[in-house]
Ligand binder design. Structure first.
Ligand SMILES: Cc1cc2nc3c(=O)[nH]c(=O)nc-3n(C[C@H](O)[C@H](O)[C@H](O)COP(=O)(O)O)c2cc1C
Length: 179
């Protein structure tokens, strides 16, 4: 088994990709990792759309380039949308008391994180994208109106060799032990 800490610490956002097709089996393996993620009441509220068709990729990448950001998506051989199901199914009591969306956000985050870690595990590079024109993306990909587009993921073989240095808050700032 891969050293998990090493995988988690080496994963980084990749914004330059080789002009190389990503094998469908590899994409499926990433999606499998996402599918195995935990979720509130096992509701599994995530829905993915995978785009590899060059024409659709071109249109889709443009929709992530609001205000001049995310130009790199133009060269990503795979773009994936991560949507939240309209009404995630929780246990009725939990739904009544807390509302399903409270959990769904976290669920999608966990699932997406697992997808990106499996990508890193397979030597692929990816970058989560949070900037996009939601309505136009949903229209282009025929995503049901009730679903909420929460994230996108660019995926491909990384072009860069050097790993960027991790900039993270110090441990003392983010965690503490209570005796
Ligand atoms: C919810 C979310 C949205 C993000 N949106 C973008 C984005 O639109 N464009 C981009 O280049 N990076 C985006 N990122 C990547 C972050 O900038 C990156 O994860 C962060 O700087 C830490 O760097 P690392 O992933 O290399 O460790 C996003 C990450 C997350 C988790």
């Amino acid at each position: 088994m891969t050293d998990f800490y090493q995988l988690a610490s080496e994963r980084h956002s990749c914004r330059t990709y080789e002009e190389k097709t990503v094998e469908k089996e590899k994409i499926l393996k990433c999606l499998e990792a996402a599918r195995m993620a935990p979720s509130g009441c096992n509701s599994q509220p995530w829905r993915f759309v995978v785009v590899t068709n060059p024409e659709t990729l071109q249109k889709l990448s443009k929709l992530t380039q609001l205000c001049g950001v995310n130009r790199f998506t133009e060269h990503a051989p795979v773009l994936i949308t991560v949507c939240e199901e309209e009404e995630p199914r929780l246990l009725p009591k939990i739904q009544e008391m807390f509302g399903s969306h409270v959990y769904a956000h976290g669920d999608l985050g966990i699932s997406t994180a697992d997808l990106t870690l499996e990508a890193a595990n397979q030597g692929l590079g990816c970058c989560i994208i949070g900037v996009y024109d939601e309505d136009k993306v949903k229209e282009l990909l025929d995503i049901p109106k009730g679903q909420k587009l929460r994230m996108m993921i660019a995926l491909g073989y990384p072009k860069e060799q050097k790993m960027p240095r991790k900039i993270r808050k110090p441990m003392e700032e983010i965690a503490r032990f209570v005796e």
